[in-house]
Design a protein around this ligand. Structure first.
Ligand code: NAG
Ligand code: NAG
Length: 430
């Protein structure tokens, strides 16, 4: 009699527990996360909003692909009940690879304590550096549920640098509060998100081409759905990803083709030498347009203009560009100006990153359209730096477990774009 009464209760209890743990597991341990990306039209930088602190506050950060960690300007108005600065020589400082003991002469506040550890924060545009304090605080981010963002999930002790506000003064959009580093480094944003939530160390960038729509950044594995229900993670080609000592991302471009014909260049410049940290092809969100070493730039522009010889160049190009056309003299398709295709040939002839009209040309002012590549001068560190104009409306996935880069080429040819992610939040229950 008693057992027959207990059994359904017990069964119900176990059943509820299973459901509850499964639900909280999907909420607390998401497989992927999502952040919006806005283009700042005056600086050509990309800004994301991240929730931090207690009480939670949404703060804008510039996204820096090759940055080592997240830093935020810590003024007197940094108010958070969960701020904590670890002591120097603690495990957190070891994790951030700093053994420097920080001191601060003024009154104690966020970013100003004695015996904490110091980290060198850097403005990616001006390259100005300043000593900041390694700190921990709550960071919250939206999970991904199917094709939409789901509930916010939190890392209670996210490691970042609390840096002097003078670092924000130049080169960055006016309202931003810091820089979110996405580099291959121990406490970069992607590294901490993957290790905290236990998903593979992968993230993807989809930079928008307009400041009026949101692009998107995904952390964790696909699928990544874009309107109209296209899983863009399935349209990727892959190339090996090399990481420099500073944690910057390089890919093996072996030649450049225009109209399927190779551009004559000194290929020794294309080899990245890890010890010297020179040569090779790097990706960057801090450069608005792809930068080519001087001899590559000369040969590249000469070859491009000869392939487009039917259209006269403007006599005085608009700086920083060297080749410009009258916009009205170019013809257009859905994927931008119809100009010769540019291919970055990667590890072999079958793997090419195609750069078509929307990514190779830019209308710098009404009526003037230029080849969106700039001269990097003699002996730059990297021979090619692929900049954000060439990354726009392309999905690029950094797979740090397999050391490879997945790239889609223009999503416009797949009838979608980086502005097509549906940011309408769905509720917690599936
Ligand atoms: C750090 O130590 C110095 C020297 O003892 C002291 O003058 C200063 O007020 C301390 N700073 C903080 C933030 O406690
Ligand atoms: C965006 O997602 C919401 C919620 O799932 C849905 O109701 C809406 O129709 C979607 N919008 C588009 C344009 O697909």
């Amino acid at each position: 009699m008693t057992s027959s009464l207990c059994f359904p209760h017990l069964f119900f209890l176990i059943f509820s527990l299973v459901i509850l743990t499964a639900q909280s597991r999907t909420i607390l341990r998401p497989n992927n996360l999502v952040l919006p990306l806005q283009k700042d039209s005056s600086t050509h930088l990309f800004v994301t909003n991240i929730h931090k602190r207690t009480p939670l506050l949404q703060l804008p950060f510039v996204v820096h692909l090759n940055g080592q960690f997240l830093w935020v300007s810590c003024k007197h108005d940094y108010l958070s009940s969960t701020y904590h600065a670890p002591f120097c020589h603690s495990t957190q400082c070891a994790r951030a690879q700093t053994s420097y003991c920080h001191t601060c002469a003024s009154a104690a506040r966020s970013g100003c304590h004695n015996n904490t550890c110091g980290v060198m924060a850097r403005n990616p545009i001006t390259r100005q550096t300043a000593m900041g304090e390694l700190a921990q605080d709550v960071l919250s981010i939206q999970s991904l549920k199917g094709s939409n963002p789901g509930p916010l999930v939190s890392i209670p002790q996210f490691l970042f640098a609390c840096a002097p506000s003078k670092l924000l003064r130049k080169g960055l959009p006016k309202n931003v509060q810091g820089v979110a580093g996405l580099g291959h480094a121990p406490i970069s944003l992607p590294t901490q998100l993957a290790s905290h939530f236990g998903f593979p160390p992968k993230f993807a960038l989809c930079l928008p081409s307009k400041s009026s729509t949101n692009g998107v950044m995904f952390f964790g594995d696909g699928p990544y759905y874009m309107h109209p229900n296209i899983d863009v993670s399935r349209s990727l080609s892959y190339t090996p990803l090399t990481i420099s000592q500073e944690g910057h991302y390089y890919i093996p471009v072996t030649s450049i083709e225009i109209n399927n014909k190779p551009v004559p260049i000194d290929t020794s410049l294309l080899t990245f030498s890890p010890h010297a940290g020179t040569g090779g092809t790097k990706l960057s969100t801090a450069k608005p347009f792809t930068v080519l070493e001087h001899s590559i730039y000369q040969s590249f522009t000469k070859f491009f203009t000869s392939q487009l010889s039917g259209i006269p160049q403007m006599k005085t190009p608009v700086a920083p560009f060297g080749v410009c056309y009258d916009t009205k003299k170019l013809s257009y398709s859905k994927i931008g100006p119809q100009v010769p295709n540019i291919d970055l040939v990667l590890q072999n002839q079958n793997v090419k990153w195609r750069i078509s009209g929307t990514n190779s040309m830019v209308e710098v002012r009404p009526g003037v359209t230029c080849l969106a590549f700039v001269d990097g001068g003699f002996r730059p560190r990297a021979s090619i730096v692929i900049g954000s104009h060439q990354l726009q409306d392309n999905l690029v996935q950094f797979d740090l477990a397999k050391s490879r880069l997945g790239f889609s080429s223009s999503l416009l040819s797949r009838r979608t774009s980086c502005g097509n992610f549906n940011f309408t939040t769905t509720s917690a229950t599936p």
